[in-house]
Design a protein around this ligand. Structure first.
Ligand code: HEM
Ligand SMILES: *[C@@H]1O[C@H](CO)[C@@H](O)[C@H](O)[C@H]1NC(C)=O
Ligand SMILES: *[C@@H]1O[C@H](CO)[C@@H](O)[C@H](O)[C@H]1NC(C)=O
Ligand SMILES: *[C@@H]1O[C@H](CO)[C@@H](O)[C@H](O)[C@H]1NC(C)=O
Ligand SMILES: *[C@@H]1O[C@H](CO)[C@@H](O)[C@H](O)[C@H]1NC(C)=O
Length: 337
């Protein structure tokens, strides 16, 4: 096994940290992989600096933590966690952020830029935009009452944005078969699907994503039969047939800004907001697959938190760019250097 240290560690540091070798430390001389201590020598305050910018942003925007974790998800699911979502469109390369799953709903970009600016100030050219999203996701969950975990770092930023790829992101109208297959394509299993969907324990969602369930489910001109009638009435008032399609609702009305297991207890009583949420419990195929996992997380917040942390690490490991010939540390998250 190779000795270990941060990527730029001195020999002395290597000797000391070799004793503490664990899987998440950087490994020299092996295929590059992500590790917790990647910036320990080059930007030791990266975590604290990011955290402070997020705390400041949250003062005026209580939704920001939810918005930031969603950015990490939408980044990682499209050509890996490479900051591809953050690039602005350029001629010949429309950005992922302008695609239907993101346009008008992905938000928090100015806060990512503020984190980047603070990090460039402290340690110029060191911390990638892809890593900022991973750090911001963990900090956001933790500050909302959820679990903490050691964020694996060392991703480089890619040089392309994949608009077409983002069209394949999991959709709110997807049924369980499609959701499982989209996760499976990325080697994420049913536990990952159910745990990561628990991200919907906070944040907001627009009316247009529930109107088909309220009024015209599967083109039947009827509501979704799996939707709890009282919750349907509540949502129908907030989202009338010809109301503002962009009006906002809480994904978890019981505790809108807290990271807890209520996403699952809502689903247990047929109060999942999106079709993709309720499918995890109510689809025929859920029996023996995802439904038992929903049940487990609804009854044990500890189990949910443990699985969520592991699944976030799994998601954060999706095709990271670590080869310097294929990526870079962007100076500005919106453009390649
Ligand atoms: C499983 C498939 C998923 C689907 C179909 C899905 C779909 C959606 C949709 C349609 C919205 C509302 C967007 C809007 O109205 O503007 C949303 C919001 C959100 N999603 Fe997901 N999502 C999925 C998985 C995830 C995952 C894996 C996470 C994070 C781990 C996540 C975190 C969030 C958060 C926090 C929000 C609220 C964002 C905000 O308030 O700005 N979602 N999602
Ligand atoms: C994104 O949404 C805005 C406002 O809703 C719209 O004007 C614009 O055309 C959309 N962009 C794309 C690429 O669809
Ligand atoms: C994206 O898809 C459109 C429509 O299918 C196609 O015309 C275009 O060439 C694709 N772009 C890339 C970069 O693959
Ligand atoms: C799920 O959706 C896909 C794509 O729309 C469809 O082909 C399939 O029949 C659906 N499966 C179920 C069980 O509804
Ligand atoms: C329900 O959806 C179908 C298919 O999209 C559409 O043809 C029909 O007009 C819709 N009905 C209402 C009342 O919106």
């Amino acid at each position: 096994m190779a000795a270990s240290s941060s990527s730029s560690g001195s020999a002395a540091t290597s000797a000391i940290t070799a004793v503490l070798l664990v899987a998440s430390l950087c490994v020299h001389g092996a295929a590059a992989q992500l590790c917790e201590d990647y910036y320990d020598d080059t930007c030791p305050d990266a975590y604290d600096i990011t955290r402070q910018v997020l705390i400041d942003a949250h003062q005026s925007d209580p939704r920001i933590f939810a918005s930031l974790i969603r950015l990490h998800f939408h980044d990682c699911f499209v050509q890996g966690c490479d900051g591809s979502l953050l690039l602005d469109s350029v001629p010949g390369m429309p950005s992922e952020k302008t695609s239907p799953p993101n346009n008008g709903s992905a938000r928090g970009f100015p806060v990512v830029d503020a984190v980047k600016a603070a990090l460039e100030d402290a340690c110029p050219g060191v911390v990638s935009c892809a890593d900022i999203l991973a750090l911001a996701a963990e900090i956001s969950v933790e500050l909302s009452g959820g679990p903490s975990w050691g964020v694996l770092l060392g991703r480089l930023d890619g040089k392309t944005s994949d608009f077409n790829g983002s069209l394949n992101l999991p959709a709110p109208t997807d049924n369980l078969t499609v959701l499982r297959s989209k996760f499976d394509d990325l080697k994420l299993n049913d536990v990952d699907l159910v745990a990561l969907s628990g991200g919907h324990t906070f944040g907001r969602v627009q009316c247009q994503l529930v109107t088909d369930r309220l009024y015209n489910f599967s083109n039947t001109n009827m509501p979704d039969p799996t939707l709890d009638p009282a919750y349907r009435d509540f949502l129908s008032q907030r989202c009338p047939r010809n109301g503002d399609p962009t009006a906002l609702n809480d994904l978890d009305p019981t505790t809108p800004d807290t990271f807890d297991k209520n996403y699952y207890t809502n689903i247990e009583v047929n109060r999942g907001f999106l079709n993709s949420d309720q499918e995890l419990k109510s689809a025929p195929e859920a029996q023996g697959t995802t439904a038992p996992i929903v049940d487990q997380f609804a009854s044990s917040q500890d189990d949910f938190f443990r699985s969520f942390a592991q699944s976030m690490i799994n998601m954060g490991n999706l095709s990271p760019v670590t080869d310097p010939s294929l990526g870079e540390v962007r100076t500005n998250c919106k453009r390649v250097n």
